[in-house]
Write a protein that binds this ligand. Structure first.
Ligand SMILES: Nc1nc2c(ncn2[C@@H]2O[C@H](COP(=O)(O)OP(=O)(O)OP(=O)(O)O)[C@@H](O)[C@H]2O)c(=O)[nH]1
Ligand SMILES: [Mg+2]
Length: 374
C-alpha cells in the first residue's frame, strides 16, 4: 500500500485500476492511502462502455449494469461514506441506507421496463428479417478485431470505426450483394474475456442476434502475438457456445494481415489451422483477399435455389410480385399477354413459401430450377 501510494505520488497518477474485483472497503482504504480513486476491472469496463454507448438500448443496458453493481455494494458504501469523504465515495452521506436501496431498486425497475419495450421491437425486426428469402451472416469476434471495418468494407457504408474498444454496442444489419447474391449482414458487439456476469446478461440480447444467423464470420486480429490470438480465439469460441450458437457454421477471418510479413502470415495460419474453423487470412482495411472471403461465404451458403413461376396478370399478382421484390433476389420479370413470368433466387424454405402462394392464390405454374452451386 505504501509502495503504491509512493508510486501514485511520483507519477502524478489520477486513478488506480485493479484487475481483480475490489470490495468497497478495499477501494476505500486504497483511496485513503493513495489520495486517488481506486476502481476495479468491472468499473473500468463500465466506464468504457458508458463512453462508447451510442444507442438508447446500449445506454440503458449500461445504466442497469451500473445500478446492479451499486446495489450489491450499497450497504458498505453508505457506511463508509458516513465515516469520511474519500475520492469516489462522495454524495451518499445524505441518504439513509434503506432510502438509497429503494431508490436504486425503483430505478432498476424503470430501466428494465424500458429495455423490455426495446427488446420487443428488436424481436419484431428479427422476425421480419427471418421472413425474408436471404441468408444471414453475423460478424462476431473479440473487441477491436475489425468487425465494423469488415462490415463497412462489405457494405461500403459508414458505421463509426474507432481504434478504441467497444465501438459497436448495438447491432446493425444491412443487405449486401456480392457475386450476384444478396445476404443480410449483421455487425455485432465485441466479445471480451472474463466479462462480469451482470454485463453478460446486459449484453446477451445484443449477442443474441448471432444465434439467428446462417453463418458466423468470426473476425480475429492476427497481428497480435500468437498467445494473445489463441487466448482471444478461445474466448470467442466459448462465447459462441455459451450463447447457444455453436451449431452455426463459422468462417474465421484472420484480419489485419497487412501488418505482417508473408512468413508471419504462414506461421499464424499453420498454428491456428487446428483451432480456427475455416480460416482465411485477409485485411478489412486494405481489402486483401476479399474475393477469397466472399468465395468461402458463397461456398458455405450454397443453399440458395433458383426458381421460376408464371401467374396471370392482375392487380393482386402485381402486388405479389412487388412483395417478392422486397424479400428475395428477383432476376427477371417478363410480361407477355396476360401472364407475368418471374425468375428468382432464395433460400429453400422461402422458395417453398412462394410456391405455395403461386399455386394456391394465383393458380399459377411454379418450377424449381436447381440448387445453386458456388
Ligand atoms: N492495419 C489494419 N487495421 C485494421 C484492419 N481492420 C481494422 N483495423 C483497425 O482496427 C481498429 C478496430 O476496428 P473496428 O472495425 O472498429 O473493430 P471492431 O471489431 O468492430 O471493434 P468493436 O466494435 O469495438 O468490438 C480500427 O482502428 C481499424 O482501423 C486491417 O485490416 N488492418
Ligand atoms: Mg465494431
Amino acid at each position: 500500500m505504501e509502495e503504491l501510494a509512493q508510486l501514485v505520488k511520483e507519477t502524478d497518477t489520477q486513478k488506480t485500476i485493479f484487475d481483480n474485483p475490489l470490495k468497497p472497503v478495499q477501494a476505500y482504504n486504497l483511496a485513503k492511502a493513495t489520495g486517488v480513486e481506486a476502481i476495479d476491472r468491472f468499473q473500468l469496463i463500465l466506464e468504457i462502455f458508458a463512453r462508447r454507448a451510442t444507442t438508447k438500448e446500449a445506454k440503458l443496458q449500461i445504466q442497469l449494469a451500473r445500478l446492479r453493481y451499486e446495489l450489491t455494494h450499497a450497504k458498505e458504501k453508505v457506511r463508509l461514506a458516513r465515516m469520511e469523504e474519500q475520492p469516489g465515495f462522495m454524495g451518499l452521506g445524505a441518504y439513509e441506507v434503506d432510502v438509497y436501496y429503494e431508490t436504486v431498486k425503483r430505478q432498476i425497475q424503470t430501466i428494465r421496463e424500458k429495455l423490455r419495450k426495446i427488446r420487443k421491437k428488436r424481436v419484431l425486426h428479427r422476425q421480419r428479417r427471418t421472413e425474408l428469402g436471404f441468408s444471414s451472416i453475423s460478424l462476431a469476434g473479440y473487441t477491436n478485431a475489425g468487425k465494423s471495418s469488415l462490415f463497412n468494407a462489405l457494405t461500403e457504408e459508414e458505421v463509426p470505426v474507432d481504434d478504441a474498444l467497444f465501438t459497436t454496442l448495438s447491432t446493425k444489419t444491412r443487405l449486401v450483394e456480392f457475386s450476384k447474391k444478396k445476404f443480410l449482414l449483421t455487425d455485432t458487439v465485441g466479445f471480451i474475456d472474463r466479462l462480469p456476469l451482470t454485463l453478460i446478461e446486459a449484453f446477451h440480447s445484443t449477442l443474441e442476434e448471432t444465434i439467428y444467423s446462417d453463418l458466423i464470420l468470426l473476425v480475429v486480429d492476427v497481428s497480435e502475438p500468437i498467445s494473445t490470438i489463441e487466448k482471444k480465439l478461445s474466448c470467442c469460441l466459448e462465447t459462441i457456445e455459451r450463447i447457444g450458437a455453436s451449431g452455426i457454421p463459422i468462417i474465421t477471418a484472420l484480419n489485419k494481415i497487412d501488418l505482417l510479413t508473408e512468413k508471419e502470415i504462414q506461421q499464424r495460419l499453420e498454428s491456428l489451422r487446428q483451432r480456427a474453423p475455416n480460416p482465411v487470412s485477409m485485411s478489412a482495411l486494405y481489402k486483401i483477399n476479399f474475393d477469397l472471403v466472399k468465395q468461402k461465404i458463397l461456398k458455405m451458403l450454397k443453399n440458395y435455389v433458383q426458381a421460376s413461376f408464371s401467374i396471370p396478370l392482375t392487380s393482386e399478382s402485381m402486388s405479389f410480385i412487388s412483395w417478392l421484390f422486397n424479400r428475395a433476389d428477383v432476376h427477371t420479370t417478363k410480361y407477355n399477354g396476360d401472364f407475368a413470368h418471374v425468375i428468382f433466387e432464395a433460400i429453400p424454405w422461402f422458395a417453398e413459401k412462394v410456391k405455395k402462394r403461386v399455386e394456391e392464390e394465383f393458380n399459377g405454374k411454379f418450377m424449381k430450377a436447381q440448387i445453386m452451386k458456388a
